[in-house]
Design a protein around this ligand. Structure first.
Ligand SMILES: [Zn+2]
Length: 82
């Protein structure tokens, strides 16, 4: 078995960006905290335009990662890519 990310459920409150500034509810792109073990660093993954997956890239080695959004997935907000 490989250590692949599981599906992740689509959580509504993922929209908040940590600060409740008064710029209204912009588009509210969803994101996910992700830890890249390859470089021991953190980054964010944003949902793609279709809303079918979170996609991100390791800021150091630019390795790409995508996590599909689907029912029955995990609801955790922080993910780890090993
Ligand atoms: Zn990396």
């Amino acid at each position: 078995m490989k250590d692949e990310p599981a599906y992740i459920v689509d959580i509504d409150d993922l929209e908040q960006d940590g600060r409740g500034e008064s710029r209204g509810r912009a588009v509210g792109r969803r994101w996910l905290g992700i830890r890249f073990d390859c470089c021991n660093t953190y980054s964010r993954m944003y949902s793609n335009t279709a809303g079918t997956a979170y996609v991100g890239r390791c800021p150091k080695c630019t390795r790409r990662l995508s996590v599909p959004i689907g029912p029955g997935g995990t609801a955790q907000r922080f993910f780890r890519a090993s």
